[in-house]
Design a protein. Structure first.
Length: 282
């Protein structure tokens, strides 16, 4: 319920006009979606095969890669002189598509890597149950928030004043609970977890930047797609972990630390780009 409130707050910043970009210039949208829904999962699997983390940590990396973009990415895109309309459209699209793609991507990744495939067998998880949960905590609040913004703009502005600080507080509580419940695991694998998340997040940023460059997109589009790919909704990941995986320690630690690190790395990258001109050498 708490994450549903967060997503409702996120959707209050989205208006129907934001989706006009889908029809006016669909190329950046499709490249951005493929970067998040295809490129990131593939890069994640490659990193896991190379580093061979313990299965629970690998599952956490897979779940992060299967989650939609995080809402803070829109603010970061603005800082980075990116395409804000593209950023908002990608966040909204991946959030809606998460109803279908989050369970599918996670299941495919976990089933492809033998150690995680064996660990997954110890949990009774239905792809339909995951899809229903994602629909309830992401899809419905998103549609409700967009409707509020469209039909009740004055009320929306008043609600946003309360919802945004509350959303930040809820996210901090999510991460804190994850760390508290798994503090022994975090202390035992601290350096390993930090290293994996750092490498995973860096690979997401770098992969997305060069991938979008292959299609000769503008630098504003490349910056937004890069940030959208590297900023994932770790709050959703934590909810799924506590709902379907009994708060599995390795998964929770990877996801919780990602939730902290991607803010640090994303803001650092956005700040760097804010001082760089929009030219070929940026």
């Amino acid at each position: 319920m708490c994450l549903a409130i967060i997503m409702f707050g996120v959707a209050l910043d989205i208006c129907l006009a934001d989706f006009q970009a889908l029809f006016k210039n669909p190329k950046p949208i499709f490249i951005g979606l493929s970067s998040q829904l295809i490129l990131l999962p593939v890069l994640t699997l490659i990193l896991i095969v190379i580093t061979e983390p313990i299965p629970s940590l690998a599952l956490g990396m897979m779940l992060v890669a299967a989650c939609p973009g995080g809402n803070i990415s829109n603010f970061m895109s603005s800082m980075a002189k990116g395409n804000i309309a593209l950023s908002v459209s990608l966040t909204a699209c991946t959030t809606i598509l998460a109803i279908l793609f989050t369970p599918i991507i996670f299941t495919l990744l976990a089933s492809t890597y033998e150690p995680t495939k064996e660990l997954l067998k110890t949990f009774s998880i239905s792809i339909y149950d995951v899809a229903f949960t994602v629909t309830f905590i992401l899809g419905l609040p998103l549609l409700l928030g967009i409707s509020f913004n469209h039909y009740l703009p004055t009320l929306t502005e008043k609600i946003k004043v309360v919802i945004k600080p509350f959303s930040i507080l809820i996210f901090i509580v999510f991460v804190s609970v994850a760390f508290f419940k798994n503090k022994e695991i975090f202390m035992s694998y601290f350096q390993y977890i930090v290293y994996l998340v750092f490498a995973h997040n860096a690979l997401a940023f770098l992969g997305a930047y060069f991938y979008s460059g292959l299609f000769q997109l503008s630098l504003t589009d490349r910056r937004s797609i890069t940030i959208e790919t590297g900023i994932q909704n770790s709050g959703l990941g934590l909810v799924l972990i506590f709902t379907f995986f009994d708060g599995l320690g390795g998964m929770a630690m990877i996801t919780a630390w990602w939730g902290i690190w991607h803010i640090i790395s994303g803001l650092t990258l956005a700040t760097f780009w804010s001082f760089k001109p929009l030219c070929l050498t940026a």
